[in-house]
Design a protein around this ligand. Structure first.
Ligand SMILES: C[S@@+](CC[C@H](N)C(=O)[O-])C[C@H]1O[C@@H](n2cnc3c(N)ncnc32)[C@H](O)[C@@H]1O
Length: 192
């Protein structure tokens, strides 16, 4: 693909949402600034190797995240109540696992099991982030990172996220980077 359509797209973008993952290839709801934060987290902590994506939609973002695990020798797990699109799923590396289930009714055992694996980046990007935080934040072990998407809109409006992460014993992580780069991610770690 020529670089010109991408440059045009970037120069005409009015909002971050116009700058979608992979440009012409398809759309993910992750913005470039969100991806930058995730890239940075993996850069800062070279021991991160697993990725858990709760809410994978088309599976395009999963395709991208699974590469982190492939390069670091880790596992990739995606959870969603709907199957990803076949055209993306068939491009996932062999290590990438998809779990079709409802993750919001109660804490899902498979989600908990994968979150409990240290050295994971856990992205909560589901239909109800406050509920996801409530169900899963407490299961984050040391040496992992928990991130929630759409912070400042969905998360702020609907819940007292601070009380949830405090109760789970988590500490803010990369907040300055998220703010400075205009990412709607917020991240936490468990510091003992
Ligand atoms: C915001 S989208 C995920 C976007 C994706 N991470 C990306 O960057 O393109 C939210 C996803 O959560 C899924 N979802 C909503 N409620 C759910 C539930 N109760 N259990 C499992 N998945 C659910 C939807 O099917 C949808 O694919």
């Amino acid at each position: 693909m020529s670089a010109i359509p991408l440059i045009e797209r970037l120069s005409h973008a009015k909002t971050h949402a116009d700058l979608s993952l992979f440009g012409e290839a398809g759309r993910s709801l992750m913005r470039p600034s969100d991806l930058l934060v995730i890239e940075w987290a993996f850069h800062e902590d070279q021991s991160l190797k697993h990725f858990v994506e709760v809410g994978s939609l088309t599976g395009l973002s999963s395709l991208y995240f699974a590469q982190f695990c492939r390069m670091r020798g880790g596992e990739f797990h995606a959870f969603d109540k709907r199957q990803p699109l076949q055209k993306y799923r068939e491009l996932w590396p062999a290590l990438a696992m998809f779990h079709q289930c409802d993750v919001l009714v109660e804490a899902n055992d498979e989600v908990v099991q994968t979150i409990e694996q240290p050295h994971s980046f856990v992205l909560l990007d589901n239909g109800n982030k406050p509920r996801e935080l409530e169900l899963y934040a407490k299961h984050l072990p040391e040496r992992s990172v928990l991130a929630v998407h759409n912070f400042g809109s969905e998360v702020d409006r609907q819940c007292n996220w601070q009380a949830i992460v405090d109760a789970a014993g988590l500490t803010e992580y990369l907040t300055d980077e998220c703010k400075e780069w205009h990412s709607s991610l917020r991240c936490w770690r468990r510091i003992i």
